[in-house]
Each structure stands twice: as C-alpha cells, then as structure tokens.
Design a protein around this ligand. Structure first.
Ligand SMILES: [Zn+2]
Length: 109
C-alpha cells in the first residue's frame, strides 16, 4: 500500500526521495517537477529543493518539455533538505493539495 509523504519523513538518498514522490504522484495521476534546487559545490549533491506539481507556476528551463501542459499555479509542494550529519534527506514542509480536478483522490490502487 502506498502512503502519502509526511512532514519530517526521512529518506536514505535524494534518489529514494524522488522515487517516493514520483510513485505517490503516479497513484494520484499527476506529474512532478523539481524546482528551487541548490547543490554542494564539492560533491554535486542536492542541499535542498522542492517537488512541485507539473501544473505549478511558471515555466522554468528545458526539462519542462511538454509545452501543451496547462499550468494552473497548483500549490502542491514537497520541500526536502539534506541532513549533513546523517547524510539523509528529509521532507521539511509540504502542501499536498491541488487546484485542478484531474487528481485521483480515491483509494490507492
Ligand atoms: Zn497539481
């Protein structure tokens, strides 16, 4: 059974964090984009960032390749940050609501 992200949830790596959010998004029928990232200069690891709904805010960069997507300024947001002392990634804040009605809000499949 899939679970929704929760505040202060810990993941062993950035990749595991993204995998979890991507799986959650897939069960809810929306796509995520990575925004507002910062990286360590020496290791190229993410310090922090945010997963947004693809229908969030404004166009940013070439990774948003589907130009026909209608953005609605969706408020969905999951912020994460690297925990230097444990080398884990933590969800620091989140908004799991959407402002468009094509989301699957029923039971997880
Ligand atoms: Zn959304």
């Amino acid at each position: 059974m899939m679970s929704a992200p929760i505040p202060n949830q810990i993941f062993p790596s950035f990749e595991k964090t993204r995998e979890f959010i991507e799986t959650y998004a897939a069960t809810k029928n929306f796509k995520i984009v990575l925004r507002n990232t910062s990286k360590y200069e020496d290791t190229d690891k993410y310090i922090a960032g945010a997963f947004r709904c693809k229908k969030s805010g404004k166009y940013e960069g070439a990774r948003t390749y589907n130009f026909t997507t209608n953005r609605t300024g969706c408020p969905f947001l999951v912020r994460f940050s690297h925990q230097k002392h444990t080398d884990n990634y933590k969800i620091t804040s989140m908004t799991l609501t959407h402002n468009h009605d094509d989301i699957n809000n029923g039971n997880y499949i």
